[in-house]
Design a protein around this ligand. Structure first.
Ligand code: ADP
Ligand code: MG
Length: 278
């Protein structure tokens, strides 16, 4: 009894998790990620921030159950996990990787529900709800080729939400969008999260995006042997004001940490600071 009451719904516990894509070579540098530790309670909006190639997608794919960890622990709802499950869903960077081009918006959103034998009326009610939620009402009959990148990404999000996973894994989902659409999607995601209280792990290499979205931000060091070096709490309220002094202060802290991790050359630092970050 005491064991059951101690279970946190949608919790994700990761302990000393490591991954090597080549297990035949037993050298230390062979680990892409090494000794990752992370403890998420249900309903959190957690950001994984790190330099390109450090192993963010690798970690997310392990949590999704798409690839296997080499060692360590991954517990979801206190259960060992090593394959995909209906409580988890991934939103990929490129919606074209997941949308079916021969299905229209509504059919794409209903796809998982159909696979799960949800009846027609219920399917339609659920898909309408999520199509509305992502702001795509009126576009139900359009096919992916008739949609902009931002609209396709919304379809992917609606489809994932329609399946009602408790845990959303998002791998740089807005990375390919233009700045304006990205802002809109970020706002919508905050609204969806605050309405549904899903557990979200959102991967990005963009500090501003991390600070706009996250309650906590985990900073990954670069690979090989990448780990989560530091976790920041972002305590100021939503919507985050990107021109506020607290936002900029946290931005500078994160930038300093990331630069330490990536060992950027002076030239790149000057361009990034000179180019502005707002
Ligand atoms: N399937 C794979 N086989 C071998 N190496 C891989 C595979 N997937 C990723 N890697 C390597 O793992 C490292 C981390 O990749 P990835 O997890 O995609 O990083 P990120 O998402 O942070 O950019 C990279 O060096 C990449 O080349
Ligand atoms: Mg990646």
């Amino acid at each position: 009894m005491s064991k059951i009451s101690s279970i946190i719904p949608n919790s994700i516990i990761i302990e000393n998790l490591s991954k090597s894509y080549n297990q035949s070579i037993k050298s230390k540098s062979n680990y892409i990620i090494e000794n990752i530790n992370l403890n998420l309670k249900g309903g959190e909006f957690f950001i994984l921030l790190g330099p390109s190639g450090c192993g963010k997608s690798t970690l997310l794919n392990i949590i999704a159950g798409f690839i296997q960890k080499t060692s360590g622990k991954l517990l979801i709802n206190n259960k060992d996990v090593n394959k995909p499950g209906r409580e988890r869903a991934m939103v990929f960077q490129h919606p074209d990787d997941s949308l079916f081009p021969w299905l229209n918006v509504k059919e794409n959103v209903e796809f998982g529900l159909r696979m799960n034998k949800v009846n027609k009326e219920e399917r339609s009610a659920i898909s309408n709800k999520y199509i509305n939620l992502v702001g795509l009402a009126g576009h139900e009959k359009k096919f992916p080729y008739e949609l902009s990148g931002g609209m396709k990404q919304r379809v992917q999000l609606a489809r994932v939400l329609a399946n009602n996973p408790e845990i959303l894994l998002m791998d740089e989902p807005f990375g390919a969008l233009d700045a304006q659409t990205r802002r809109i999607m970020q706002r919508e995601l905050i609204r969806i999260w605050s309405e549904t209280k899903k557990n979200i792990i959102f991967v990005t290499h963009d500090i501003q995006e991390a600070l706009i979205l996250g309650q906590r931000i985990g900073i990954m060091s670069k690979s090989p042997s990448a780990s989560i070096e530091k976790i920041y709490n972002v305590n100021f309220p939503y919507p985050r004001n990107i021109t506020s002094s607290e936002f900029n202060e946290q931005y500078e802290n994160l930038l300093a940490d990331l630069e330490e991790e990536t060992h950027l050359g002076l030239k790149e630092k000057v361009i990034r600071i000179g180019g502005g970050h707002i």
